[in-house]
Design a protein around this ligand. Structure first.
Ligand code: PBG
Ligand code: ZN
Length: 333
């Protein structure tokens, strides 16, 4: 399609904005509920629905409180969720992450019982399960530390298989270890989960925007930060290198995270890999910025949120993980 070369007054672009019906007809980007995924935080214990302070409207839920939540989602037409678990027991190697009776396997069983049609994506990482809060096996060297990449791969693979056995529909590794997709793909295949797709958090930045999430998932690093494994926000070419590796290793879908602050990255990845489904994670900090402005009366929530989510889709994301799924379901209904 060539560019419009007309000139005023023959050409008047305002004609196509004349009324709502015309605007709908020429709309390029659609936002629909089927493109959105809701994260849920599942906590050990019973009868818990604990508000997450920096994420208004979100809670840590115990497994016995899942029924009301899943029923609400069903009633709203929401069928896609991403699970994070907060286990009773944390240790240096995050052993609850691959415990068959651990928090996520228990939650998946419950969810599938209530709503077999629910698409359950399991986040595969260790920060919620380790006592030090890092995303893998930590080795201390005096004052410094290292997250051992290859030792972590072994555990990520165990976690992925464990969650697939529990009934997870999609495995989503988020720890930014090199080779994680290859290790998990190999492990899943050997365990006969050839049909289970991997959604890789291929492009994940060391962002300030995750801090409310760390309260929600109780995965605050007890020392240091994640800059030795997550990407530098200043880099863009590196995002394509991350994607190239993950695609070669067998990733079925890619993700960019955060989303709102990384629209240029979403666009570059989509242009490079047009045939791969691309997700974007509208993260906790991006959620709470909007919430805070709305609470102050400075932004109109519906207009602001639909605009931001549409912008993420327009940039090139095929689907979005966002804490706004319930509101969007009501607005689009
Ligand atoms: C864990 C993980 C994080 C998020 C998703 N998975 C936190 C982190 O990497 O520190 C952040 C999501 C959000 O902020 O909403 N690896
Ligand atoms: Zn992690």
């Amino acid at each position: 399609m060539g560019l419009r070369t007309g000139t005023f007054p023959t050409t008047r672009l305002r004609r196509l904005r004349y009324n709502q019906a015309v605007r709908e007809l020429i709309k390029e980007t659609q936002l629909s509920l089927g493109d959105l995924i809701l994260p849920l935080f599942i906590r050990h214990g019973t009868n818990i629905k604990k508000p997450i302070i920096a994420m208004p409207g979100h809670f840590q839920l115990s497994v016995d409180r899942l029924e009301e939540e899943i029923t609400e989602l069903k009633n709203l037409g929401i069928t896609q969720i991403l699970l994070f678990g907060i286990p009773a027991h944390k240790d240096s190697i995050g052993s609850d992450a691959y415990n068959h009776h651990g928090i996520i396997p228990t939650a998946i069983a419950k969810i599938k019982n209530i709503a077999p049609e629910m698409l359950v994506i399991s986040d595969i990482c260790f920060c919620e399960y380790t006592d030090h809060g890092h995303c893998g096996i930590v080795e201390k060297h005096g004052d410094t530390f290292n997250v051992n990449n290859d030792k972590t791969l072994v555990l990520l693979t165990k976690q992925a298989i464990c969650h697939a056995q529990a009934g997870a529909d999609i495995i989503a590794p988020s720890g930014n270890m090199d080779g994680m997709v290859q290790a998990i793909r190999h492990g899943l295949d050997k365990a006969d989960f050839l049909h289970i797709p991997i959604l890789s958090y291929a492009v994940k930045y060391a962002s300030s925007m995750y801090s409310p999430f760390r309260e929600a998932a109780e995965g605050v690093p007890q020392f240091g930060d994640r800059r030795t494994y997550q990407m530098d926000p200043a880099n863009s070419n590196e995002a394509l290198a991350e994607c190239a590796l993950d695609v070669n290793e067998g990733a079925d879908m890619l993700m960019v995270k955060p989303a709102h602050t990384y629209l240029d990255i979403i666009r570059r990845v989509k242009e490079q890999y047009p045939t791969l489904p691309l997700g974007a994670y509208h993260v906790s900090g991006e959620y709470c910025m909007l919430k805070a402005a709305v609470e102050k009366g400075w932004l109109d929530e519906k207009r602001a949120v639909l605009e931001v989510l549409t912008a993420i889709r327009r940039a090139g994301a095929d689907f979005i993980i966002t804490y706004y799924v319930k509101q969007v379901a009501k607005w689009l209904a």
